[in-house]
Write a protein that binds this ligand. Sequence first.
Ligand code: DON
Length: 566
Amino acid sequence: MLFTRPKLYILFFIVAFGCHTGKHLTEYQITKDIVSDKAMVVTAHPFATQVGVDILKSGGNAIDAAIGVQFALQVCFPVAGNIGGGGFLMYRESNGKVHALDFREKAPAAASKDMYLDAKGNIIEDLSTFGHLAAGVPGSVDGMWEAYQKFSRLKDWKKLVKPSYEGAKNGILLTPREASGFNNNAEEFLKANGRPTVYGSQKWKAGDILKQTELAETLRLIMENGRDGFYKGKVADLIVAEMKKGKGIITHEDLENYHSKWRDPVLFSYRGYEIASMPPPSSGGIALLQLLKMTEKIEIQDNDWHKTPLTHYIIEAEKRVYADRSKHLGDADFYPVPIKTLTSDAYIKERMSDFNPTKASYFEDVEAGNAYESDQTTHFTIVDEEGNAVSLTTTLNGGYGSMVVVEGAGFLLNNEMDDFSSKPGTPNLYGLIGAEANKIEPGKRMLSSMTPTIISRDGRLKATVGTPGGSTIITSVFQTIVNIIDFKMNAYESVAAPRFHHQWRPEQVYYEDNCFTPETLKSLSIMGHSMERRGPIGRVEAIVVDKNGRLTGGADPRGEDDAKGY
Ligand code: DON
């Protein structure tokens, strides 16, 4: 292996004084690499991890804990945690049944294909990413309510939302990243809102207490009234009033009509393991299937990891898969996504038939897009004492979404509309290109790359994996699975290992520090690959069941991510 396992697995930081569920909290303990026997929670933030663990310990199942964590992330991780956004939840019951819940945002009824174009048909800069018009109709609260109705064991909604309500009301400790995130975006917050908001209200430092009074009131309404506490009444009124301030188009009808949807998961096998992942409107499950099935066609030896032949093969597979994504994938409720063909053995074999083992393929007319660097979605994963598992990826899209904080309600709205293809062939925030399949239509869900995934073997849970990272999500999840299955890494090793990424267009292969030896880099370049080093790719969270049946948790060292179990 090229990477070395850090010696320090447990980091302590911030000594301060806060309040969480009535207990005094004086510091966060962050655990990156952990083994436990019964249950585990891995999230992007120690506050959220603790909320999940507390719910599990009080008799909740993985779904109960996931609901608690989703609301907690709104409080402690507003850069991505969201009630103003959406996401996807994969749930595997201990009896092997797998469920996929789509609570992705939808285009408002007044949305239209050309809404981000000027009279000449050119993209109006920032309109789909910044401010009120960038927001899709949020799905998170409905998603949690739906999951609760169907699978909660505690059957006590208030108990699940309460830790977040209290965290918002009494205040939580700020981590170094959250503090600098607020400070670095202070001007943008002001520009988007035209008034000081809770996040931009002062210069923050790690250890400060963040109190969110307006958000607390919103969470109280959700706690008391469930789904209706958000989509009807005061919060809905505040969202619609906010829209009017900034030429936004979300209406009361859009909010009332929003419903999350149970979908058929993408199910397939990889080297004897059963994989379950997210179907459209995510491209994740289909793209992951294609990548793994292409990889299954070759033999992998222990010492092939990040060596030239395997890396070249993977890059070539990624090019083909992202080219398919850009043409064929969109919300299958609106567009006939050719799922059967894209996932068939014959098609996948044919796609790699022109693979040249010594030369990079060349795609003409490569658009200059940029793989935007951000890790502002979030993934978490939970396994409960019965072995039920949740893998959930959720997002506002960009960091802090549209930057619009709903006045009086205290939460950020997403900028998910940018995940549509605003203009065929023009790259979005993540350099992704789309076409007809992903054009804007009223009520449609924008194509996603989020890939929450659960792996089992012989009917028993093996692993749960997922990550943020925009377009890089699919390749990060793919590489983590190859790390686990082909290279037998444990949870922490599999998430800590450096990653690389290619998405067809632009032409570059992006890679992290310590990903390749200088020799490998040179030989890949000679083959014709355009290699470009960049910052962190993704923040993967994984739980892997080891050969003794114990749970091993890996929280990505690229962030403040935290794994706890018992
Ligand atoms: O759904 C998607 O694919 C994107 N909105 C995800 C954005 C993301 O992961 C940003 N964070 N890195």
